[in-house]
Write a protein that binds this ligand. Structure first.
Ligand SMILES: [Zn+2]
Ligand SMILES: [Zn+2]
Length: 154
């Protein structure tokens, strides 16, 4: 399998929804925003982004109408998080953990943390930590210095 034709397959918690992505992710990272924490029920959200044309989702899904900027897609059967559609950007966020663990498993290669200003956990992993978003993604690029160790914030 060549680098350009690489394809990764995944599925939701119950397997009703199948996800496939072509090629390497445009970017990967960790999001600490309140919306992601609520939707995933997790302190941190690992994300990877592909051009929407490289993402194929099959199966019955449910779309959250909570936000105009995000179309959070979950499985209609198990409720598992599947993707986050960004139609204004032509991009789709696919959760790398739905693509991990298979034979043709995706390697998650995070570049940075976003919305670190909203975090509930400190991460000491050496990656850049943006208060909101990097300049390339419409943020001001402001970063937060890394804490000495990983852990829940007091
Ligand atoms: Zn499911
Ligand atoms: Zn988020």
């Amino acid at each position: 399998m060549s680098e350009t034709s690489s394809k990764f397959h995944g599925q939701c918690y119950c397997g009703n929804v199948q996800v496939a992505v072509s090629g390497p992710a445009a970017v990967s990272g960790y999001c600490h925003c309140l919306d992601c924490r609520k939707w995933h029920g997790a302190p941190i959200n690992a994300f990877s982004v592909w051009p929407s044309s490289s993402v194929n989702i099959e199966g019955e899904t449910l779309m959250s109408e909570q936000s105009d900027a995000s179309g959070r897609l979950s499985c209609r059967v198990c409720g598992g998080c599947v993707a986050n559609l960004k139609p204004s950007l032509g991009m789709t966020v696919v959760y790398p953990m739905t693509l991990a663990g298979a034979e043709d498993s995706l390697t998650f290669e995070p570049s940075f943390h976003i919305f670190y200003g909203e975090r509930v956990m400190d991460l000491a992993d050496g990656l850049p930590k943006f208060v909101s978003l990097p300049p390339d993604f419409g943020g001001n690029g402001e970063t937060i210095a890394e804490a000495e160790q990983t852990g829940w914030r007091a």
